[in-house]
Design a protein around this ligand. Structure first.
Ligand code: DOR
Ligand code: ZN
Length: 367
């Protein structure tokens, strides 16, 4: 196998860019590695109107035009905006967003109430959002699922390791049966149950799924290796080895409805290394490299381009990038955090100071 690979510039089907100083620090990193990305709406306050999405998009583009007084070369990056499925979201807003000239809305994201970062505006169960789902089905607006059950019908918390399994067994089949034409993306799949479901029911353009580098790289032994590892703490939680192996086997199959969604989710150091570590893995500085490393380990680098650069844009009705990137098989390490203009540190995974120890990344994007 060759020691370099050239692929069309990747597409991130799932990224958190935040707002303010954090946005300005992390957005250039995503824009350097990806030509476009689906931007998650779980900011504070949430993005629940087209007007708010317009403002948010402007803020992202402004961060690329001028980063700490320096004009950046990444202005071709296109952020694709989404709305948060809150109780305030209306069918009228879906209609407004689906064909909006200024800021088309590419999807609506559902978070189960209480399950993860800024999920306090979500429904307990996606099935409660009937009118909005009906409208989305009618106009072809994709539903992006955080596919976990957090609270059961009695409002009791489920075991967090079972959240995705319960969603796949109960909620997802009912959702698809009720709205058979709804376009659905199951985000950040992490279990064998999700893999089984997608292998059976996945369909290009209709029912797709995204996979993070974190769920491909790690199982819960690493999440607790030598103690608790905050940089690997995310939702869905990193599962047992058997689950990771199934997710890896799935990407190896090269199915057209499986794509890269990094779920890069930056948080300030103070919230990660705290008595109540927030959910979220910041991986944009290493994500493209880690995916490549995993595909190399699996002996399926020939499947990398479809997964990283073709399948995501196709689901959203977009052309792939006309640019390419080249990666070389070369060991490197990262020891520095990203630092915001407010001097806040944001630690990526695979960091030699705060990662698992002394991790080495085996592929590198060439300048
Ligand atoms: O780990 C996570 N972090 N999972 C999510 O669903 C949200 C994300 C975030 O926004 O930090
Ligand atoms: Zn996410």
């Amino acid at each position: 196998m060759s020691d370099t690979i050239t692929i069309k510039k990747p597409f991130d089907s799932h990224v958190h860019l935040r707002r303010g100083a954090m946005l300005r620090a992390v957005t250039p990193i995503t824009a350097e590695k990806f030509y476009s990305a689906i931007v998650m709406p779980n900011t504070e306050p949430p993005i629940e109107t087209v007007e708010q999405a317009v403002e948010y998009k402007k803020e992202i583009l402004a961060a690329l035009k001028n980063h700490q007084g320096v004009a950046l070369m990444v202005s071709a990056f296109e952020p694709l905006m989404t709305l948060y499925l809150t109780k305030k979201l209306t069918p009228a807003e879906i209609e407004k967003g689906v064909s909006n000239d200024v800021c088309k809305i590419y999807g609506v994201k559902s978070y189960p109430y209480g399950a993860t970062t800024n999920s306090q505006w979500g429904f307990r169960s996606i099935l409660e959002a009937k009118d909005v789902l009906k409208k989305m089905e009618e106009v072809g607006m994709p539903l992006l699922l955080h596919g976990e059950v957090h609270l059961n019908e009695n409002n009791e918390e489920e075991d967090p390791y079972d959240g995705e399994k319960l969603f796949i067994a109960d909620v997802l089949p009912r959702l698809l049966e009720t709205y058979p034409k709804l376009k659905v993306s199951l985000e950040h799949m992490s279990t064998s149950q999700a893999v089984d479901f997608m292998e059976k029911n996945g369909k290009d353009g209709q029912l797709v799924a995204t996979v993070t580098p974190t769920h491909l790289m790690y199982d819960r032994r690493q999440a607790f290796s030598g103690g608790y590892r905050p940089l690997l703490h995310m939702k869905p939680l990193i599962k047992r080895r058997e689950h990771k192996e199934r997710v890896r086997e799935l990407v190896k199959k090269g199915l057209p409805f499986i794509s890269a969604g990094t779920d890069s989710a930056p948080h300030p150091e103070s919230k990660k290394f705290s008595s109540c570590c927030v959910f979220g893995v910041f991986n944009s500085p290493v994500a493209v490299e880690l995916y490549t490393q995993v595909f190399d380990e699996l002996g399926c680098l020939d499947k990398l381009e479809n997964f990283m650069s073709m399948n995501g844009p196709r689901f959203y009705g977009l052309e792939p990038s006309s640019e390419t990137i080249t990666l070389a098989k070369k060991d490197w390490q990262t020891s520095e955090p990203v630092v915001t203009e407010e001097d806040v540190k944001v630690w990526p995974i695979c960091n030699t100071q705060h990662g698992l120890g002394n991790e080495t990344v085996h592929w590198q994007v060439q300048a």
